[in-house]
Structures are given as structure tokens and as C-alpha cells.
Write a protein that binds this ligand. Structure first.
Ligand code: UGA
Length: 454
């Protein structure tokens, strides 16, 4: 099948590479010439485990370009996977989505095209995209677009850091469409994933027990709402355990045991119950805020989602409060942050807690040292004005600091020689923002250990 993908961010690139790997002929379009040049040379603009390897495997089926014309003309399916960044009022900015829709209408010249919304878009956008595509087609071609296009919604549930795994072995595939022909096209596109008939790449083996993948076939609005409702639920689950964590700290309970104890109830589930400094990233913040903004348009409040956002915001303040409680005076102290990325296995810094925490500490008059195994280069590029000291290693970060804060739970931090780290610090105080380290081991090396909920 001939597939074009507009936008080569996490979602677009992962989708393109996976579909190319499955044997479809894929063209990825992005207006950013630098990005396209990089991709053509076999490199990826983002850090995502195994993306370079899978891209090499899919290479015979992959093309990259900056122009719509050739890629759109006679495609069978076009995915729109452009960014929908938040506007100041919390609603997503749909400028890129609208440009993509118009570009498709202008350049398509075939018989039947399925336009798939893969970006997280506000509820109702499917119909809007359809009208933009048709309008621009009719302007260009001078005749009605009837029957040439159908818009479907196919939300993505991949997590950064395990994006390829999540795309090849999804828990479910959701397709929103009211057109049977479009549904048939998308079924055949996803058939190898739905039936799990493809030969897995050696570095991304099929997990045991993965069989046929459930397909949710629904209307456009439901598919669009599924995406928001899933992210808001996951964000709420994390904020819930963080709220319980605050109480656990007061009553002397162990939040990890509490999370396990409630999570083993199959109705609740153990995942996304890791207490810590809370969620970051480009999705949970943006999507919860968009959900609240959409509800507001219908004069509806969303108190649960709003509370989840507020709890998450407060978790970041708690880092500063805890350091203050321990060190008494922050002005003039040196604090080291281990981890900048919003989660391990990515170099993404969008809404990363580390940035907020660094700012808060700088405002309090601290000197801040930072390290990240992967995201340091991106950090220096994107935050040139943040007056922190970038360190090449965790050991350098530890030199002469009054406290270290584990902000991102990279595996390499779990495996550090903590005895050496302690010896290089002014005072061996560690605030484990992800409750990821072995408290008793660290205490053996003389650390004063603080967890986020205990
Ligand atoms: C999230 C969803 O998990 C994906 O299903 C969805 O497709 C994606 O958003 C999206 O909308 O594109 P992502 O933001 O990449 O994926 O990463 P997550 O693994 O969900 O982590 C988000 C944040 O929550 C991270 O900062 C992580 O550290 C934090 N988190 C996660 C916790 O604090 N506790 C947990 O138990 C789990």
C-alpha cells in the first residue's frame, strides 16, 4: 500500500518506520529541510531505542521529502502526524493540522484517499479536517471532491522510550470512521499488526502471550475522545498515587508497598502507580489541559482532571520544600540534578520536571549542576539561558554539592558507584525524586536518603 506521513516527530516517524518495516511503501514528509536531510542520511532527529536499526531495516520502503506534491498525488493513505502544541489558553494550536489538510486537498489527484488523523486533535477535528481537504481540492481541481476522500481517526498510544515496541505490539488499535471503504483500507494496512503475522526484528522480540490485537472500530468523535480519556486517566492515576504518597509520608507508610497492595487488585492494575515528582512530557500536560478546555466550551467542569493537574504541579514544589526542610537555607547551596529528560530512554525535554526544578532552585539562589546520559546536548541547545552548570558525568555533578536530586530514573543512575558519589559531595544528601534507588544500600554508604513520599 502507498502511505504518506505528514510530520516526522515521534508519532509520524515511528509510524512511518513501522509501516515501512511491515512492507508498505512509505513517504515521510516534513517541511523542516534539516530533519529530512538527516533522515535521508540514515540518522534520526530524536533519541528512541532501536529507531535507527528499524529504519535501516525498512530503508527499501522508506522515502523522505519536503514537498507534498509527489508524496500526496496518488497515495492510498495519508497520515497527519503534525504537532498540536498548546496555545496560551490550553487549547491545541491547529495551524499545522490545517496546513497539512489543505496541502493534501491541493495535491491529491487519485480516486480514493483515506486521510488519517494520527495527531492528538480536539474532538470534532475529523470533520473539520475533511472539510479543509475537500475545500482545497475543489479550489485546485475545479470540481466536487465527492467520494474522493474519507477522514479517519487513528489515535496513537505509544510511549516515548518504547515507541516501536508499543507500535508493533499495541494493546489495541482504535479506528474511528463512518466509511466502510476507509475501514477496509485501514484493516489491510494494519493486518500484520492486528494478526501479529510479521517476523519480529531480533532487537524487538514479540513479548510472550501477545496474540491477535483487539480492534476498536468506532465513530470519529469516540476515537478522538478515547485518546484524551486514556491520557487523562493515566495522568490521574499517577497524581492519585502521588496524593496518597503525601499521606503515606505523614503516617509513616511505605508508598511502594501501598501501590503494590492496591495495584494487585486487577480492577486497578499495578502500572502507572509509581509515585515520584510527577508526570512531564508533551502529552499528559497538553492533553489534560485540552480536555479541560474542550469541556469548558460545553460549559462543563472537569474537577477530577483539574485536580490531577494541580497535584502534579505541587509535586515539583515538594522537591524544593524537601531540600529546604533538610538544608534550612538554600541560598548559596549547590544542588546537582541527575536527569533532565522527562523520563528515561528519551532526550525529550518538553514539560520535563527537571527544567522547572532547576528554575525554582535558581530563583532561591542555588547554584545548579545538571547531568543527563542522553539529553544534555538537546538541553544546551534548547535552554541556553538557563544558568546551570552542565556536567559530563554523574561524578562531576556530585563534586562539592550539598545535595543530589534524582530527577529521571535512568538505569545508569541506579547502577552508579554510590560510595564514590558520596565521597565527592560536600554533604551526602540524596533526594530520590523517583523512589528508584535502594535506600538501605545508599544509607550504608553514609547517605541521608529522602524519597518523595517517605
Ligand atoms: C503517554 C502515554 O503513556 C501514551 O500511551 C501516549 O500515546 C502518549 O503519552 C501520547 O499521548 O503520545 P509518554 O508521555 O511518552 O506517553 O510517556 P509515559 O510513559 O506515559 O510517561 C509520562 C510521564 O509520567 C513521565 O514523566 C513519567 O516519568 C511519569 N510517570 C509514569 C510517573 O510519574 N509514574 C508512573 O507510574 C508512570
Amino acid at each position: 500500500m502507498k502511505v504518506s506521513i505528514i510530520g516526522t516527530g515521534y508519532v509520524g516517524l515511528t509510524t512511518g518506520v513501522c509501516l515501512g518495516f511491515l512492507g508498505h511503501k512509505v513517504t515521510c514528509i516534513d517541511t523542516d529541510e534539516k530533519k529530512i536531510a538527516l533522515l535521508r542520511s540514515g540518522k534520526t532527529p530524536i533519541y528512541e531505542p532501536f529507531l535507527t536499526e528499524l529504519m535501516a531495516a525498512a530503508q527499501p520502503n522508506l522515502q523522505f521529502c519536503t514537498e507534498y506534491a509527489g508524496a500526496v498525488k496518488n497515495a492510498d493513505v495519508i497520515f497527519i502526524a503534525v504537532g498540536t502544541p498548546p496555545s496560551p489558553d490550553g487549547s491545541p494550536d491547529l495551524r499545522y493540522l490545517s496546513e497539512a489538510a489543505r496541502g493534501i486537498g491541493k495535491h491529491y489527484d487519485g480516486d480514493f484517499l483515506v486521510v488519517v488523523n494520527k495527531s492528538t486533535v480536539p474532538i470534532g477535528s475529523g470533520n473539520w479536517v475533511g472539510s479543509l481537504v475537500r475545500e482545497s481540492f475543489e479550489q485546485q481541481h475545479g470540481h466536487k471532491a465527492n467520494g474522493h476522500f474519507s477522514v479517519a481517526s487513528n489515535p496513537e498510544f505509544l510511549r516515548e522510550g518504547s515507541a516501536l515496541h508499543d507500535s508493533l505490539y499495541p494493546d489495541r488499535v482504535v479506528i474511528g470512521s463512518d466509511n466502510n471503504r476507509a475501514l477496509e483500507v485501514l484493516y489491510s494496512l494494519y493486518r500484520p499488526i492486528l494478526d501479529q503475522t510479521f517476523a519480529p526484528p531480533p532487537y524487538l522480540p514479540r513479548p510472550e502471550g501477545v496474540g491477535a490485537v483487539p480492534l476498536i472500530s468506532t465513530d470519529l468523535a469516540s476515537a478522538e475522545l478515547i485518546k484524551y480519556a486514556a491520557n487523562a486517566f493515566l495522568a490521574t492515576k499517577i497524581s492519585y498515587i502521588n496524593e496518597i504518597g503525601q499521606l503515606a509520608e505523614k503516617v509513616g507508610a511505605d508508598i511502594a508497598q501501598v501501590a503494590k497492595g492496591i495495584g494487585l487488585d486487577a480492577r486497578i492494575g499495578t502500572r502507572f502507580l509509581q509515585a515520584g515528582i510527577g508526570w512531564g512530557g508533551s502529552c499528559f500536560g497538553k492533553d489534560t489541559s485540552a480536555l479541560v478546555a474542550t469541556a469548558r466550551e460545553y460549559s462543563l467542569g472537569m474537577p477530577i482532571v483539574e485536580a490531577a493537574r494541580e497535584v502534579n504541579r505541587r509535586q515539583r514544589d515538594r522537591v524544593v520544600e524537601k531540600l529546604l526542610g533538610e538544608l534550612k537555607i538554600l541560598k548559596g547551596r549547590t544542588i546537582g540534578l541527575l536527569g533532565l529528560a522527562f523520563k528515561p530512554n528519551t532526550d525529550d525535554l518538553r514539560e520535563a520536571p527537571a527544567i522547572d526544578i532547576a528554575r525554582k532552585l535558581l530563583e532561591r539562589g542555588c547554584k545548579v549542576k545538571v547531568h543527563d546520559p542522553v539529553a544534555l546536548e538537546r538541553f544546551e541547545r534548547e535552554y541556553p539561558d538557563l544558568a546551570v552548570v552542565c556536567c559530563e558525568s554523574p561524578e562531576d555533578t556530585a563534586d562539592d554539592v550539598d545535595a543530589l536530586v534524582l530527577v529521571t530514573e535512568w538505569q545508569e543512575y541506579r547502577e552508579l558507584n554510590w560510595e564514590v558519589i558520596a565521597s565527592r559531595m560536600r554533604t551526602p544528601l540524596i533526594l530520590d525524586g523517583r523512589n528508584a534507588l535502594d535506600r538501605s544500600r545508599l544509607e550504608r554508604f553514609g547517605f541521608r536518603y529522602l524519597g518523595i513520599a517517605g
